[in-house]
Design a protein around this ligand. Structure first.
Ligand code: PEP
Length: 270
């Protein structure tokens, strides 16, 4: 039975909203965006907002950003700390520049062939460098139509967390992103997302115990818009959102952030 202590409940009450810009916005556009967003979003103590620009903009944004307002995430990195790995950037080099890093995003897994072993190594590298990994897991359309969703989530979760101790688990964020819903405009049914999030928490419970499962931070992502954000956020066990396309416009993204505010009239009421 999952038990949520008051302290853990408070931590989960802070929603996490991550904007993944993918390979969009140049350095100048990124800087303008940050400026605009900081004007649009004044007070969001109950929401942690994270921006994941291209690696090129990370350093300049890290100098511009007010960390009490927004945090930064890397979209990718290599798991070794240094060495002869032409073209790569390590978590140790990102230390102090980002607070979060996406790991195992479906585009990395399916376009660049990233495996669960790579994900596992990256998660460990992020944690040892004080960066919170956001492990993206999710089934493809094929997995879904062949009733493989549960097995895929199980394998990706076990694979991604293989090097993580129960003490380190609180550093890790899990993002459930059905691959067929990422970047496609297709919306996952609320009931299906709820079920998948429950499966993920059950799996964490099997690995780390009920307390860890209750306090784990689990996000949803997949073509979320201003219209659908509040519904996904209101699902039990959903602690935030990973947003791609809808995060590219500062105004649209700010509207999604507003839906994560507890007091907002835009948020879904219980
Ligand atoms: C993502 O990039 O993780 C994502 C969910 O993208 P989109 O919102 O565009 O589907």
């Amino acid at each position: 039975m999952i038990n949520i202590s008051d302290k853990q409940q408070m931590a989960q009450d802070k929603k996490l909203i991550i904007g993944n810009w993918k390979m969009n916005l140049d350095m100048h556009e990124a800087s303008l965006y940050l400026h605009k967003l900081s004007k649009l979003i004044k007070n969001h103590r109950d929401v942690e907002v994270v921006l994941a620009p291209t690696v090129l903009s990370l350093q300049s944004l890290s100098l511009q950003v007010n960390l009490r307002q927004f945090k930064l995430a890397a979209q990718n990195f290599y798991w070794r700390d240094m060495g002869a790995y032409t073209g790569e950037v390590s978590a140790s080099q990102l230390r102090g520049i980002v607070q979060y890093a996406l790991v195992g995003h479906s585009e990395r897994r399916h376009v660049f062939g990233e495996t669960d072993k790579d994900v596992c190594n990256k998660v460990a590298a992020a944690v040892r460098n004080g960066i919170r990994p956001v492990i993206c897991i999710g089934e493809t359309a094929w997995d879904r139509s062949n009733n493989e969703t549960q097995d895929v989530l199980h394998d990706q979760l076990i694979g991604g967390l293989a090097n993580i101790t129960s003490e380190e688990l609180s550093q890790v964020v899990i993002a459930y992103e059905p691959v067929w819903a990422v970047g496609t405009g297709q919306n996952a049914l609320l009931g299906d997302v709820r079920l998948a999030i429950m499966m993920i928490r059950k799996q964490i419970e099997n690995l780390y115990g009920a307390t860890a499962a209750a306090s784990a931070q689990v996000l949803y992502g997949g073509s979320v818009t201003t219209d659908s954000a509040a519904d996904y956020l209101a699902l039990p066990g959903v602690d935030g959102l990973l947003i791609g396309a809808a995060s590219l416009n500062a105004y649209v993204f700010s509207e999604i952030i507003k839906r994560a505010h507890k007091g907002s009239t835009l948020a879904k009421k219980d």
